[in-house]
Design a binder for this molecule. Structure first.
Ligand SMILES: *Cc1c(COP(=O)(O)O)cnc(C)c1O
Length: 244
């Protein structure tokens, strides 16, 4: 079972390398993040032991459940799910390097309050709803700059870039528009030269569309299904309001 995971990671690495070549980009510009929602700790362990140490969960409850089993294996944890303000305190008990799903000022304020009290900082990405779907989390594209400016004033939150899910569609040109929009917003923010804002990272691309994302400038691709197999739970459980 763990061999299968290692083989799948090798396949994804090959897809990433090929997409980088096709896009004329250096392979070192793109990191692979393992999206581990619903995956049991022993299967995540197999990936970590094989040296793939950047992982992310969508729910605080799942981080909690897997924490003991994974804590002795070196790895870096990001958070990519919808974060309710009342779960912030709980989330910060676990060693999270980056919250990729910061999508509203209220959440930023809550994170800031808690981090201030604990005298620490965290990295954040702003999650953007590039597909304009009601059901998807993320700040609307036209409100990103305002949110970035607000978050930039909070010294516990280190803005590193942007994240998006994008449209889940087999029409790759429509998907491409989402990724292109994220890149445009990134360029717009860079041009504003806002103090304390780094905009190097673009987290976009998943199992089905990582090639398109890399062609459009992704620096982090988030892959679950193509490595760990189909999930028992529909993604709508994680991606819209009903999931809470
Ligand atoms: C589940 C998930 C992924 C990975 O999706 P796959 O299609 O399984 O590769 C990426 N990003 C987010 C935010 C997710 O929730």
């Amino acid at each position: 079972m763990s061999q299968e995971i290692i083989d799948n990671i090798a396949l994804i690495q090959a897809r990433i390398a090929q997409a980088c070549t096709a896009a004329g980009r250096d392979r070192s510009e793109v990191k692979l993040l393992l999206a581990t929602k619903t995956v049991p700790a022993d299967r995540i362990k197999a990936a970590l032991q094989a040296g793939h140490t950047l992982i992310a969960e969508n729910k605080v409850q799942e981080i909690k459940e897997k924490y003991e089993a994974l804590k002795d294996i070196p790895h870096v944890n990001h958070f990519i799910g919808h974060l309710q303000t009342n779960k912030v305190k709980d989330l910060l008990k676990y060693d999270i390097t980056c919250v990729q799903s910061l999508d509203r000022a209220e959440l930023a304020q809550k994170l800031h309050q808690r981090l201030k009290a604990e005298n620490r900082t965290i990295e954040v990405f702003i999650q953007v709803n590039t597909s304009f779907e009601e059901s998807k989390f993320g700040v609307s594209p036209h409100k990103v700059v305002d949110l970035v400016k607000e978050v930039a004033l909070l010294d516990t939150l280190k803005i590193k870039g942007l994240m998006t899910i994008g449209l889940l569609s087999t029409e790759s040109e429509k998907v491409r528009q989402c990724f292109r929009l994220l890149k445009e917003i990134q360029q717009q923010i860079i041009a504003l030269d806002i103090p304390h804002v780094e905009m190097r990272e673009l987290s976009m691309g998943m199992s089905g569309d990582l090639e398109t994302a890399i062609a459009e400038g992704a620096t982090i691709v988030r892959v679950g299904t193509a490595i760990f197999g189909q999930r028992p739970t529909a993604d709508s459980y994680y991606w819209n309001e009903k999931g809470d």
